[in-house]
Structure formats: structure tokens, C-alpha cells
Ligand binder design. Sequence first.
Ligand code: ATP
Ligand code: MN
Length: 428
Amino acid sequence: MQFNRTHDIEDLNSNMKGQEVILGGWIEDFRKLGKMTFLTVRDVTGIAQVIVKEDASKELEGLTRQSVIRVKGTIQETKARDFDYEVKAEKIDILAKAVHPLPIDPIGRLESNIDNRLNARALDMRNQKTASIFKLRHHVLASIRKTLSEKKFIEINTPKLIGSASEGGANLFSLEYFGKEAYLAQSPQLYKEQMTIGLERVFEIASFYRAEKSHTGRHLSEFTSVDIEAAFMDYTDVMDVLESLVLEVYQYTSKNCKKEQQAIGTEIKIPSLPFERITYAQVLEELKEHGEKLEFGDDLLDSHLRMVGKKHRGFYFIMDWPMKLKPFYIHEKDDDPKLSRSFDLQYGYLELSSGGTRLHDAKKLKSRLKEQGLDPSKFTHHLQAFDWGMPPHAGWGLGLERLMTTLIGVDNVREVVLYPRDPDRLTP
Ligand code: ATP
Ligand code: MN
């Protein structure tokens, strides 16, 4: 059967009275009233009421909710409160029957827990709240691409299969690669830095992999990272880029995703710029007031960041971290080599991004590698690029899922990933 769909449901309106249309969609609900059957049919764009008179309703025997139908009919006036028009069906074809009982109630009248929803993700996508989260995610990505392109960043794709542990061995998934050991990339760090030779400003949006046994609402084994790297920029320059990107994402989705916000039950609140910038040293002072005595060089634990996040709500930067807490490629500060030109972007207690100015001197890089117990001979391919005209550069990595949770006000990144991967979840 040829489908010949004439309209998406959102394109129909009460000015189209008498017009013949062909729709395709899923039955959300149906009711029999005497000789008439009232259906609500949903496609990805909206929902419509369809009236089926007895002569056309033989087709409806054994019909179930969430079955897929094709409706041929005409637009007419309606008495229904929730609709501006209805479709009087001339012909209904059932294209696929939904087999009941369904594992979850997709229209969300009965709440299902997240595990059951993730196990039936495709069906969960019929829930308008879930579908709207992923529509919103689409707009977030569109906005990121638009903003970075306008700032003259070029989108690249770096390999996800890598032959050596690029930032040390911890947290890497390994796999067999034609008789050799290979790994799944945990970040595009070394490649994106190299690409500043020639492309100057690059970005990548891709999945990366972390073999951490974390059971939190913010860690995934496979997550989406938004990365930038830029020649001739210092860390404060890339902080400016990050800040204006976050603002753009909020403005763009606030304006273009009205329906989605309504379905999710949230209102996107646009943050004001500039984001507060505090130093690691200031954070230690604030923690001291809470009776937490940390030494310079101690890492900030989740419990510490929760205290700091109570005072600094929303977005803020923590900058100038001790060198010893930062990876080998981070640049020291000129006036105090114990400190680094680095930052984290926070949302309350939640880390959204880490970044900094990078070393671009091969000698310094080599000695930093050794200091951190890494073997420079494993980095020959990377290090040689530093002899080919490596510009000074800076960049950051931003967790897309974490940013999404701030946008819609959920506290589990699994809500914004189709099929999340974590230590307990590898299927479906
Ligand atoms: P955390 O300390 O929260 O585990 P990290 O400092 O190890 O994060 P980075 O290497 O700085 O993470 O990665 C940059 C960004 O990528 C993080 O700020 C975060 O937003 C995101 N990210 C990192 N690891 C994960 C993960 N396992 N799941 C989801 N997002 C992640
Ligand atoms: Mn980090």
C-alpha cells in the first residue's frame, strides 16, 4: 500500500474544513460512543481527534492503543473542548498492531521507573515528555554547531579506536584489534591539540568512553563530549567562548523549544553573564569557613563541591587549580608555577567542563609526562607534532548530558541519553 500521507498533524487547522487528508500515526486513546468511535491519533508533531462512523469502524475490531494506523478523512468542525477541528474518517487502515500488555504505559498515566523505561526506550519515546527531551537535545546540538561555526571553529572527527593510552592507562576500555590491544578513546585531547596546526580553531561533538565504576547520576561509561581547541587563545579566552556558548544554548532553546518545555514541565531560565569566576584558593577559604581544612593541592571531593555549590548557585568557574591536580598537557601560570592556567565550569556542585591553556613546548611536555609517571616514548607521534609549528593553544571539554540536565532540571544523565551505558547497563 502506498502511504500518500498528505500532512503532519501540526499542519492541520480549523481553516481547512472540508479538505481531504491522509494521516499516519499511533492511537493514543479510543472511546466508543454509540455508533461512533473517537480516536486520538498522535504523530511526532502533534495529536488529532478522529471520528469513525459505524460503516468505517469494522476495521477497528481488536484495535489496541499504540497501534499504527493510516487515516483517510476530511477535516470538520468539532465540539470537543481540547481540539479545534476533527478528522472524519472515511477509511482506517491498521498498519501495525501494538501487542498488549505493553511493558510500560507510554503516555505516562502510570509512572514507570527509569530502568523499566530504559528497557523499553523506543516505547518510552511515545511519552511526550521523553520525546521532548530528545527534541530539545537536537536543538541544543544545532545551537552548539551554529554558535561555534559563527566563531570560526571547524568541526572535526577524531578516532575513537586508539592504539595507545593517550592520557595514561586508567579508565580506558581495551579491546582486541587484529591481534593487538587497542582502546576506546576517553577524549579527543591529543588529536584536537594537533589540529590547531592548520585548522587553528576546531570542535568535536562525539561519544567518549570512561571505564569508571561510578554509580552516580552524572557518570556514564559512554558520554557525549563537546570539545574545542583554539590556537592563539589563553584559558580566559576559551572561558569566554564557553560562557557565551552556554548562554546561546539557553537562549536558542528557550525561544525555539516552547512546546518541548511545556511537555517536559520546565521553563528554561536564561542565566546572566558573566559567570562568576573564583579561584581554587578562594574555594579552600570558603571550605575553611565550613570547617573543612584542605591543604593546597588536595582535590575537591563531591562533598566539598556540594558545600561550595550551596553558596554559588547556577553557573560559575573555579580557576587556577594546582598543577599537581591537572593532566600533563596543562600550562603553568607564569607568576606562580605551582598554579595552572586551568578551570572547571560548575553548575552548583556539578562539574560541566574542564579546560585550560596547554603546553606547546615539547621539552616541557616531556618532563611533565615523566613527572606524572607516563612514558614519553609512548607519545612519540604526539610529541613530534610539537616540532612542526605548534601554536600556543587552549581548549575545553564539556559534557553534553550534564549540560542538558541543567537545562531541563533533572538530576540523572540517563534521562537525556537514548541507551545509557554504565557498569550495570550494557543492553539494550
Ligand atoms: P568527574 O570528576 O565529574 O568524573 P572529570 O573531571 O573526570 O569528571 P573531564 O575529564 O574533565 O571529566 O571531562 C570533561 C567533561 O566531560 C566533564 O566536566 C563532564 O562534563 C564530562 N564527563 C567526563 N566524564 C564523564 C562521564 N563519565 N559521564 C558523563 N560525563 C562525563
Ligand atoms: Mn574535569
